[in-house]
Design a protein around this ligand. Structure first.
Ligand SMILES: Cc1cc2nc3c(=O)[nH]c(=O)nc-3n(C[C@H](O)[C@H](O)[C@H](O)COP(=O)(O)OP(=O)(O)OC[C@H]3O[C@@H](n4cnc5c(N)ncnc54)[C@H](O)[C@@H]3O)c2cc1C
Length: 328
């Protein structure tokens, strides 16, 4: 889902004037998958407010960070931005800082940077997700902000941000800033307005174990078929869990979280017996991939198709292991 609403989808086919097909690469029907286009204007602002001003001045411009999602869409002919506002030179959003028990992460942090040990010591769940996202060349360019704004169901940082109950700070025209929960953005409850940019992500520092586990349909780097992020919050005696890739946005199994938190001896060893871990996995999986509602007319109950049952077993295993590792 592209939330930069000032992007228009265009057809890559051109049927207008006929030209020499050898010169233009057009086929016999005068169609081409390489429609000529003027190169987009590229602006490279040095600050967040300059970038917002550039977007406001050029309503058809599109922000680009690492370009791993955006350029894939351009190359596939899904987008043809008239102008680009590159965010790569904005140093204020490329690092992080501490603020009142939180970390304020710049939207321009690359996935590779987030995977390094110093970041992992701070927010281990987010570091694990960043390390699991794509091959190295994608992690070197791809950013946290891009992952959030693309909001793909398979976005690896998203379940972790949901479990951490992170918020995003959005920069708008005139130096304005507004802060909203990441989950509101992912659910479409709140959107980026034209000219706005994700500037920072505020994440609580919980100083407790966090895990992120991901299943893919292949060996090596791949998109998640299911993922589970789990964080312990000892100060609030809470377990927070989010399941990624099985729905359009990460899902929080709130009842399962509360149930398992009530079993944990927060002042003691915090361990759980294997049966409790298994029950938690099943609880999470059934909450995220529920059985179909029973028919009202008394006919045979409908069962989940095999693929959904397989996905449910995968989620159950990931959640069981994620909790087991967090409590180990
Ligand atoms: C081969 C391949 C494999 C991949 N594998 C994975 C994977 O395993 N896991 C995963 O999670 N992702 C994966 N991705 C997706 C991608 O790398 C991530 O989503 C990445 O984090 C996007 O960041 P970016 O900086 O490249 O975004 P860009 O492509 O620059 O931008 C993406 C979108 O966000 C907007 N945008 C960017 N920054 C901002 C901002 N600060 N404010 C407002 N709007 C903004 C852009 O306008 C655009 O609409 C993969 C991509 C490829 C091509």
């Amino acid at each position: 889902m592209c939330q930069s609403c000032h992007v228009r989808a265009v057809s890559t086919y051109r049927t207008a004037e006929r030209r020499n097909s050898r010169d233009t690469g057009e086929g016999a029907a005068g169609l081409t998958t390489h429609a000529p286009q003027a190169s987009p204007t590229v602006t490279l602002p040095a600050s967040l407010d300059e970038a917002v001003a550039a977007l406001t001045a050029m309503p058809t411009a599109v922000p680009v960070a690492g370009g791993t999602d955006l350029m894939a869409a351009v190359n596939a002919g899904l987008l043809r931005p008239a102008a680009l506002v590159g965010l790569g030179r904005i140093s204020e959003i490329r690092g992080w800082q501490y603020q009142d028990g939180h970390a304020l992460l710049g939207a321009g942090l690359t996935l590779a940077r987030m995977g390094r040990p110093d970041f992992a010591a701070l927010i281990p769940g987010l570091a694990a997700a960043a390390r699991a996202a794509g091959p190295p060349q994608i992690r070197n360019a791809g950013t946290l902000g891009g992952n959030i704004v693309t909001s793909a169901p398979t976005g690896d940082t998203l379940p972790v941000l949901a479990a951490l109950e992170a918020t995003v700070i959005i920069a708008g025209p005139g130096g304005t800033r507004r802060e909203i929960p990441v989950s509101h953005l992912l659910a479409g409850r709140e959107m980026l307005h034209p000219g706005e940019l994700v500037g920072f992500v505020r994440v609580p520092l919980l100083h407790a174990p966090q895990t992120f586990l991901k299943a893919t349909g292949r060996t090596g780097p791949g998109r998640a078929t299911a993922s589970v992020a789990l964080v312990l919050d000892p100060a609030r005696r809470g377990v927070r869990c989010a399941v990624g890739a099985v729905a359009a946005m990460p899902l929080r199994p709130l009842e399962a979280e509360q149930w398992v938190a009530s079993l944990i001896d927060w002042d003691g060893e915090r361990g759980l017996v294997p049966e409790a871990l298994t029950a938690f996995g099943d609880y999470v999986a059934a909450a995220c991939i529920p059985d179909p509602a029973p028919p009202q007319d008394g006919s045979e109950p409908v069962t989940l198709p095999p693929a959904a049952l397989h996905l449910r077993r995968t989620v159950a295993a990931l959640a069981r292991r994620a909790l087991g590792r967090a409590l180990a």
